[in-house]
Write a protein that binds this ligand. Sequence first.
Ligand code: SF4
Ligand code: SF4
Length: 114
Amino acid sequence: MNNKLIACCGLNCETCDAYIATKNNDNALREKTAKKWAEMNNAPEITAETINCTGCRGTGVKFYFCGHLCPIRKCAIEKGFDHCGLCPEMGNCETIMMIHGSNPDAKNNLCGLK
Ligand code: SF4
Ligand code: SF4
């Protein structure tokens, strides 16, 4: 597991289809991912062309939601934390519960992350 590819919330970007499609420049995976995410989020604006991401905490291109809308990433940046695992409020944070409530692995991924 590449630590830099653990997102602010603890999700592993390395296993995200947008990351994999970008890394491999895989247009078929971009198509498939866009279709799935557009349906799941009722967001027809998600097209294959928008599936480009090098990970939440990297410096490169990001999927629009993660780069501009994600409240967790926004909050961590505003508070000056590299990721939520460094935030003393994490145990009581309702924002991050959006992820940690249904994905305990994300929380575990932040444990011990520098
Ligand atoms: S930041 Fe990018 S790679 Fe990470 S979860 Fe979001 S879309 Fe996937
Ligand atoms: S308050 Fe919540 S979302 Fe914000 S940095 Fe802390 S744990 Fe992350």
